[in-house]
Design a binder for this molecule. Structure first.
Ligand code: KG4
Ligand code: ZN
Length: 330
C-alpha cells in the first residue's frame, strides 16, 4: 500500500509488484484552495487529516485486500509541504506498525518518474523530463533507482509559470489545463522569448517568459487595447513547449538512452505531448517515448507504490523515526 500527501491530493493505492494498480484513490482538495489562488498549507494539512483514513479504507476495499495481504507500506516523505507530508507519514507509520509491515520512504519526484512503469516496462539507461508545479528537471537514470539531474530550471518551474500567467488572464488556480485548452484554439502570434534554448547546457529558465507575458498584457491594458486570450495562451505555450522539447531532445542525443519518460503535472499538457512525440519520430525514431495517462501525471499514490518497489528490492527501508523532508532532492 502506498500513501501520498505532499501537496493538495490525499491519495492511497494498492500496487502489485510495482507494476499493477489494484486501487488508486485520489481525494483532491483543489476546490478549497482555488479562492486563495494557490495551495494554503494549513488548509491542505486539515483536509489530509480528514481524508487519510477514508482513503486507506477505500483503497483496501477496492483492491479487496486487508493489512494481512500486504508486503509493505510506502509513503512520500518529501519534497512537499511539511504539514501535509507529516499527515501521510503518521498514517503510514501507524498502519505499518499495527500490521507488522516494513515502511518504505519514497521521494515524490521519483514517484512521478515511476508512474511510467505502471504503463510500460522500463529499459535503462533512460532520460526523464520532470515537469510539475515545483520542478523542471532532466533526470538521467543509468539504472533502476539511480538519478542524476543533468539540467534544471534556474528560476520558475514550468507549472509555476503556467499558474502565474493564468492568474494574469483571470483563470482559477491551477491554470495549466485551462491554458492548454485555450492554446488549442489560438495561434502563436505574440512571439515570446525562448530562454536558454541555444545555450550549451540542459538548464531552463521561465521567469523571463513570465515577465514578457505580464509586460505585454499590462501595456495593452494601459493603452486600452484588447488582446486575444487564445493567441496569448497559444504563444505562451509554444514558447514553453519549444524550450522543453528542444532541451530534452538535445539531452537524449547526448546520453545513450533507450527511453524517454515525460512525467509530472505538466506532462498532462497536450501541446507538449504532441510536439515531443512528433519531434522524436523525426529526430530519434529509435527512442521509446513513455508519457503516463493523464490520471497518473498528477499527484497520486499509485506512482509512489511503483517507485517503492525498487526501494524494497534494495532494502531501502525506514524506521519509525522517519521524518518529512520538505526540500528532499534526488
Ligand atoms: O505534479 P503536480 O500535480 O503537482 C506538483 O507536484 O507540483 O503538478 C501540478 C502542476 C500545476 O502547476 C498545473 O498548472 C500543471 O501541473 N498542469 C498543467 C496541465 N495540467 C496540470 N500544465 C500545463 N498543461 C496542463 N494540461
Ligand atoms: Zn507532483
Amino acid at each position: 500500500m502506498a500513501i501520498e500527501s505532499s501537496c493538495d491530493e490525499t491519495s492511497v493505492a494498492v500496487i502489485e509488484n510495482g507494476e499493477k494498480i489494484l486501487s488508486n484513490i485520489v481525494a483532491s482538495q483543489i476546490n478549497s484552495h482555488k479562492r486563495f489562488g494557490g495551495v494554503v498549507p494549513e488548509v491542505a494539512s486539515r483536509h489530509h487529516v480528514e481524508q487519510i483514513t477514508i482513503c486507506i479504507e477505500e483503497a483496501l476495499s477496492e483492491a479487496q485486500v486487508t493489512g494481512n495481504d500486504l508486503r509493505a507500506v510506502a509513503v512520500t516523505y518529501g519534497p512537499g509541504l511539511v504539514g501535509a507530508l507529516l499527515i501521510g507519514l503518521s498514517a503510514a507509520k501507524a498502519f505499518a506498525w499495527a500490521n507488522g509491515l516494513p515502511l518504505i520512504p519514497v521521494n515524490h519526484m521519483a514517484g512521478h518518474i515511476y508512474a511510467a512503469r505502471l504503463v510500460e516496462p522500463l529499459e535503462f539507461p533512460l532520460m526523464a523530463l520532470l515537469v510539475s508545479g515545483g520542478h523542471t528537471e532532466l533526470v538521467y537514470m543509468a539504472e533502476d533507482g539511480s538519478f542524476e539531474i543533468i539540467g534544471e530550471t534556474r528560476d520558475d518551474a514550468a507549472g509555476e509559470a503556467y499558474d502565474k500567467v493564468g492568474r494574469v488572464l483571470g483563470l482559477s488556480y491551477p491554470s495549466g489545463k485551462e491554458i492548454d485548452h485555450l492554446a488549442h484554439q489560438g495561434e502563436d502570434t505574440y512571439n515570446f522569448p525562448r530562454a536558454m534554448i541555444k545555450e550549451d547546457n540542459f538548464d531552463f529558465s521561465f521567469s523571463g517568459l513570465k515577465s514578457a507575458f505580464i509586460n505585454l498584457t499590462h501595456n495593452a491594458e494601459q493603452r486600452g487595447e484588447a488582446l486575444d486570450h487564445n493567441n496569448l495562451a497559444a504563444s505562451f505555450q509554444a514558447s514553453v513547449v519549444e524550450v522543453l522539447v528542444t532541451k530534452t531532445i538535445k539531452a537524449c542525443k547526448a546520453y545513450p538512452v533507450k527511453q524517454l519518460i515525460v512525467a509530472g503535472g505538466v506532462a498532462a499538457n497536450q501541446g507538449l505531448r504532441e510536439k515531443m512525440s512528433a519531434t522524436i519520430q523525426i529526430e530519434l525514431p529509435d527512442l521509446k517515448l513513455i508519457v503516463p495517462p493523464l490520471r497518473l501525471c498528477g499527484d497520486n499514490a499509485a506512482m509512489i507504490g511503483a517507485a517503492a518497489h525498487v526501494e524494497l528490492q534494495k532494502h531501502h527501508l525506514a524506521g519509525m523515526s522517519l521524518n518529512a523532508n520538505p526540500s528532499l532532492a534526488f
